[in-house]
Ligand binder design. Structure first.
Ligand SMILES: CC(C)(COP(=O)(O)OP(=O)(O)OC[C@H]1O[C@@H](n2cnc3c(N)ncnc32)[C@H](O)[C@@H]1OP(=O)(O)O)[C@@H](O)C(=O)NCCC(=O)NCCS
Length: 203
């Protein structure tokens, strides 16, 4: 195998590895190996509950992701309005009203997401503010956020959990097992597509 070295900034210390700098080959190799070790750049990735003071970094993560990732699917006015509305104060109150999680790379917040009661319901739940910084997307971090939210008591107590998905994230939620609510595949008046996951054990 030749060393493609597609990414000269690869932080892994094993420079002699034939996959060094080739992220896809490296991830595939680790996924297939018997010893399930994370790839070098994922070793410091962790998920924890939101803490007071995180609202500033979480707001930055959401605002950056909106500007870079969601701007491909929405007009500039929509993005600007959303960036405006995701202030640290709004995040702090959203976190207080939900079970909110952050993803870290070392000590840096790189993703977030929360779960709350659907309009205050104790039998239906709702996912909020799932974002992964653009440079960390496609590395299984969104899946880890969903894992944390679906391990949460608010997911387990509900017979169904809904998400108002951005156009950008619909395929991600479909991959995570969510389905179109009432079969509707088009966005509503808020520009989001409604998807849900049914908790069969609660029906
Ligand atoms: C949607 C988002 C949270 C996904 O996070 P991510 O870390 O990139 O997702 P993952 O790498 O964990 O992907 C998990 C799976 O979903 C798939 N997936 C993710 N985004 C996808 C997309 N846009 N289209 C198709 N599949 C997608 C991945 O291929 C992966 O599948 P695999 O495990 O079979 O390889 C992230 O892309 C994001 O922040 N998007 C912009 C913000 C946004 O719209 N958030 C949702 C608000 S409702």
């Amino acid at each position: 195998m030749t060393n493609k070295n597609t990414d000269p900034t690869c932080p892994c210390k094993k420079k002699s590895c034939p996959r060094h700098g080739d992220c896809d080959a490296c991830r595939q190799h680790h996924a297939e190996s018997k010893r399930q070790r994370p790839v070098y750049c994922d070793r410091k990735i962790s998920v924890r509950s939101f803490r007071k003071g995180d609202e500033f970094d979480v707001s930055d993560v959401i605002r950056t992701t909106l500007a870079v990732s969601n701007s491909k699917d929405y007009p500039p006015e929509f993005i600007e309005e959303n960036i405006e509305s995701h202030s640290p104060e709004v995040i702090a109150s959203r976190a207080a009203e939900s079970h909110f999680y952050v993803v870290l790379d070392g000590r840096k917040i790189i993703g977030c997401g929360g779960i709350t009661g659907y309009w205050g319901s104790e039998t239906e739940s709702y996912l909020v503010s799932i974002f992964v910084l653009p440079e960390y997307q496609g590395r299984g971090i969104g899946r880890r956020i969903i894992g944390a939210l679906e391990a949460d008591e608010y997911f387990h107590r509900a017979w169904r959990t809904e998400v108002g998905s951005s156009l950008t994230a619909v395929d991600f939620y479909l991959k995570m097992g969510y389905t179109y609510k009432n079969g509707l595949t088009t966005p509503d008046e808020f520009g989001v597509v409604r998807l849900e996951k049914i908790n069969e054990s609660k029906i």
